[in-house]
Design a protein around this ligand. Structure first.
Ligand code: PFF
Length: 453
């Protein structure tokens, strides 16, 4: 009953490399850049608690469903869905899970690369000592000037895209495995340094209070949707990235334990990023709700005041860039694997085409911070806000909803049992309950609530 045991694209060397690669996908700009600024915009506290609940009750079951489906099919998400639909006589419309994921991937990659380019720019800024001893105003002004220059933004966007395309064209598995082996531990170490600085800063208690206070008044329906969207984004769920990675997981690895470790690491990095950033915000009289610029102002400010700050600051943005690259690679994997399978195409060629298309789409995000700063796109303030809204708050949760339903109800008991290592009984019921009911219902309730609210 079990599916194939190998993928034509390659296999992770062992289950720990899958954990590192999937953690590399999950840990990225979503944790260090996005989580603090979204928490800031939504008033912290209650938002953070909801986010943690979403990770536990929606994120983990759906991540398990992605790995389960991917490992059963062992192909790109689109072809995995086609194969499973045919094998188990399911409705052909389920394949939309794969296609929607590819569409979401293009949009996410397009803006992800622009923001990751900002991190590259800050490697240079920190390294040159330009921010040594800077005040909050100076750090803010430097960032504002940078955003005002489309040419510079495009330069860094292009550089990051070239790096991404280079790595994916060389083959994800060996390139990625090597990268995550080295960079993930270093990232953890630097996060600890930054946290250490924040703990000793004047704003520490205010920062902690902001992150964990139970102020349920600030919990609007929009904040609930934002918490759920962030849970999907940060765990790389709902678009088939983890499904694509799941296709390369050895059959012997336990899905539940690997997924729990991945989600745990991801959550740890996000919480530490918040605990490192908010105290600096309060100690310097900055606004927690300042939006996408939050990390790019507070972190340089903190390093600018530390001994050896230029060195650590450079390393920090270098590692943010690596965290972003290990995520960017996974965003393109579903489309890349599909095109390679479908047209027997060379990975390198496909990688370049994908890169060019997302790069062009990414110009919309570049201009969102200057030329088109006032151009509404379908009710969203800018193109960047639109791309972010459509992916995090619509495509990823809806994709996740159907992935959960498929993984719980559309596959035969024997397949689910073999993949999850359970033989019916209580754990099988729990699986159907969580992946097939609680997680999809949570997505649905949040949607309906937001529409009505
Ligand atoms: N999880 C990544 C982050 O937090 O930065 C972003 C991401 C990667 C989203 C892969 C979606 C995806 F498929």
């Amino acid at each position: 009953m079990a599916g194939p045991t190998e993928s034509r694209h390659g296999m992770w060397s062992n289950r720990w490399l899958f954990v590192l690669a999937a953690a590399g996908s999950a840990v990225g700009l979503g944790n260090i850049w996005k989580f603090p600024y979204i928490a800031g915009e939504n008033g912290g506290g209650a938002f953070v608690i909801l986010y943690l609940l979403c990770i536990a009750f929606v994120g983990i079951p759906i991540m398990m469903a992605e790995v389960l489906i991917g490992r059963e099919g062992r192909q790109s998400p689109i072809n995995t869905m086609r194969h499973l639909i045919k094998q188990h006589h399911r409705h052909p419309a389920w394949v939309l899970i794969g296609w929607a994921g590819v569409a979401a991937g293009f949009l996410i990659l397009s803006y992800y690369v622009v923001i990751a380019g900002w991190a590259l720019y800050y490697i240079l800024q920190m390294g040159s000592g330009a921010l040594e001893g800077a005040t909050a105003e100076q750090a803010g002004a430097l960032f504002a000037e940078f955003l005002d220059s489309p040419i510079e933004l495009i330069f860094w966007q292009t550089l990051f895209m070239v790096l991404t395309v280079y790595i994916i064209s060389r083959g994800v598995i060996s390139g990625l495995e090597t990268a995550v082996r080295w960079f993930m531990p270093m990232l953890f170490l630097l996060m600890a340094v930054l946290l250490g600085y924040a703990v000793t800063s004047d704003g520490w208690s205010q920062g902690v209070e902001f992150m964990f206070r139970m102020d349920f008044d600030s919990l609007t329906p929009d904040a609930v949707l934002a918490a759920m969207g962030q849970a999907f984004f940060t765990l790389s769920l709902g678009m088939g990235a983890i499904m694509a990675y799941g296709a390369y997981v050895p059959s012997s690895a336990s899905i539940f334990s690997t997924v729990s470790i991945i989600a745990g690491l991801d959550t740890l990095v996000a919480v530490v990023a918040g605990l490192a950033i908010f105290p600096i915000v309060f100690a310097n009289g900055l606004e927690p709700s300042q939006g996408p610029g939050l990390m790019f102002v507070t972190v340089p400010l903190a390093f600018g005041q530390m001994p050896l700050g230029a060195l650590f600051g450079t390393l920090f943005f270098l590692l943010v860039s690596f965290a972003a690259i290990t995520s960017a690679i996974s965003i393109s994997e579903p489309a890349l694997a599909y095109l390679v399978e479908e047209y027997n195409a060379r990975r390198g060629r496909v990688a370049i085409s994908l890169g060019v298309i997302s790069w062009i789409l990414g110009l919309g995000t570049v201009f969102s911070f200057n030329y088109w700063a006032d151009v509404n796109v379908l009710g969203q303030p800018t193109f960047f806000d639109f791309a972010s809204f459509v992916t995090d708050k619509v495509l990823l949760p809806i994709g996740g909803l159907f992935i959960g339903l498929f993984g719980a109800w559309a596959l035969p008991k024997t397949v689910i049992g073999a993949q999850l290592g359970i033989d019916g009984g209580f754990r099988a019921v729990l699986w159907k309950l969580l992946a097939g009911a609680v997680a999809p219902l949570a997505v649905l309730v949040v949607f309906v609530n937001t529409l009505l609210g």
